[in-house]
Design a protein around this ligand. Structure first.
Ligand SMILES: [Zn+2]
Ligand SMILES: [Zn+2]
Ligand SMILES: [Zn+2]
Length: 256
């Protein structure tokens, strides 16, 4: 069984947006408060973090996350990497290096942006993240679980989704190439991004996400990376029966 907890489900501004008085930003529904998109996936007693979102520390505290055994990065945009420095706490908790997986472009950007963590390596004592960076160029194994990278297009960036058995996590997609659609067949749980009802040049809109869900027919789909143009209830009403809007703190799992 694979279990996933949504740490954050909002787009890059987070919700509420600073200085915004719209209905969603003022909503009393706790599901309308969204940190930047990230998640943890658990299988066979291991915990894998997907992205280090801006609010990583607050997200970890909110769900009681007290261990991370590996980190997968989807891409290097600021909302998915802003919590990078807080990874060092998981080094301290494990008293070990933390393996990190990313596509080659993303790995290069991480090395550049967070050079202090990769240069002048010194014996571990907790002052900075202590990471072993692995470049992903195809399916790999993590603690005995096969992980299939799913390349998707997001403006000029290629983002990696990840499939663990019958669960797949895809964020920040605008288009999903046919070869990647083939990797998303017969899913129990599909996590997919949907920004808002209006079109956007680099993110799936709600109706575009629903089209993908209709093509893939997972048992259940969960939408993430919402903007403040989509309230939880409003977006839920627009979805087919097998699709739901995720919210921060929600846990979902595969049947087997
Ligand atoms: Zn707003
Ligand atoms: Zn992005
Ligand atoms: Zn993003």
């Amino acid at each position: 069984m694979v279990e996933l907890t949504f740490l954050g489900t909002g787009t890059s501004n987070g919700i509420p947006v600073i200085g915004c008085a719209c209905a969603v930003c003022r909503s009393a529904d706790p599901r309308d408060r969204r940190g930047r998109t990230s998640a943890v996936v658990r299988f066979d007693g291991h915990t894998v973090l997907i992205d280090a979102a801006t609010e990583l520390r607050l997200q970890a505290l909110a769900v009681g996350l007290d261990r991370v055994d590996a980190v997968l990065f989807t891409h290097a945009h600021a909302d998915h990497t802003g919590g990078f420095d807080d990874l060092r706490r998981f080094n301290e908790l494990a008293a070990a290096h933390l393996p990190v997986y990313a596509g080659a472009d993303t790995a290069a950007m991480l090395r550049d942006r967070f050079a202090y963590a990769f240069e002048d390596l010194f014996p571990f004592y907790g002052g900075k993240p202590d990471l072993t960076l692995h470049e992903v160029d195809g399916p790999f194994e993590l603690f005995g679980q096969g992980v299939v990278p799913i390349p998707v297009t997001h403006g000029r960036a290629t983002v990696l989704g990840f499939r663990f058995g019958d669960l797949a996590y895809v964020t920040d997609a605008k288009t999903i190439p046919e070869s990647s659609m083939e990797l998303l067949r017969a899913l129990d749980v599909l996590v997919l991004n949907a920004l808002r009802e209006r079109q956007h040049p680099t993110h799936l809109s709600l109706s575009e996400a629903v089209t993908v869900i209709d093509q893939l027919r997972p048992r259940e789909a969960y939408l993430v990376h919402l903007s403040h143009e989509l309230g939880h209830e409003q977006a839920t009403a627009l979805l087919p029966v097998n699709a739901r809007v995720a919210y921060d703190g929600l846990t979902v799992s595969t049947l087997r």
